[in-house]
Design a protein around this ligand. Structure first.
Ligand code: SAH
Length: 261
């Protein structure tokens, strides 16, 4: 389609990072200040929403897990229609827009409509939440690879569990809380030691953040006992031992046991 791009608005597909507004990029902040319309995901934190100027129009398109959301097609159409009317549009997404974020689909739709698109990267949850918790995703001698995995699928998870069960690497499961039992069973049955350490990071980098350290063999129980809810990440691998409060927790547990004895 041949279109006159100067009369049309531009679509910015923007990553908002894991939640702490100070982890927003300067570019994301600038786009937020200048866009006429902002289409916002549920995952975008309240603190970041508060940075959207009151003159801008906000369109909520997020969904809570298991609930009805605005279908992706409808979001694409909304973005395109607004830009065709001459508005600059910001599609604000949690983390990085291209990591389990469907940003690629929005980019394709906008390009097919002949619109100008710019992607503003964001700090993806794995990188942001782990680093802020003191967990290096790779570490010399402990982990030579890191794999980001989505644990959400319409039906059975179609995952190469054997490859994931290899030692000396880090696994980060997105959207994995409801599948905690399956992750534990699959990895252990493929040979990953149940004593492999892990961390669960709920609401990473946000004021309500909770971090739990434990072992693969306890994953399901940890999720149930602590009533962990989305958004949360499961980080599996020996690197989690380096987490800022991993040692503290162990020594606190020891202290508690001594105290109760
Ligand atoms: N595009 C996003 C991921 C979207 S999928 C990104 O790059 O981060 C949504 C999943 O991301 C959640 O289910 C959770 O697993 C993870 N997530 C996002 N923000 C998080 C946060 N602040 N703390 C923990 N997990 C988070």
């Amino acid at each position: 389609m041949k279109t006159n791009k100067t009369l049309m608005g531009k679509i910015y597909i923007v990553g908002a990072g894991p939640g702490d507004p100070e982890l927003l990029t300067m570019k994301a902040y600038t786009v937020l200040q200048s866009a006429h319309i902002v289409f916002v995901d549920r995952l975008v934190s309240k603190e970041i929403r508060n940075l959207i100027p009151s003159r801008s129009t906000i369109v909520e398109v997020g969904k809570a897990p298991g609930q009805q959301s605005v279908p992706q097609e409808e979001i694409n159409t909304g973005l395109i229609e607004a830009a065709l009317k001459g508005f600059d549009v910001c599609r604000l997404k949690g983390g990085d827009p291209f990591v389990f974020g469907r940003g690629g689909e929005e980019q394709q739709a906008a390009q097919q409509a002949g619109l100008e698109v710019e992607v503003v990267p964001g700090i993806t949850a794995a990188a942001g939440c782990a680093a802020a918790a003191g967990i290096p995703l790779t570490h010399r001698g402990l982990s030579q690879a890191v794999t980001l995995v989505t644990a959400q699928a319409a039906d059975e998870l179609n995952i190469n569990w054997r490859a994931l069960a290899a030692p000396d690497q880090t696994l980060v499961f997105y959207m994995g809380i409801r599948q905690a039992g399956q992750i534990q069973t699959q990895l252990v049955s493929r040979g990953l030691a149940p004593t492999t350490t892990l961390a669960i990071i709920e609401n990473g980098t946000r004021p309500e953040q909770r971090i739990f350290h434990g072992k693969l063999g306890q994953l399901r129980a940890m999720v149930e006992q602590n009533q962990i809810a989305s958004p949360a990440l499961v980080v599996i691998g020996e690197v989690t031992r380096l987490g800022v409060n991993a040692d503290n927790l162990t020594s606190l547990n020891a202290l508690a046991e001594e105290f109760c004895a």
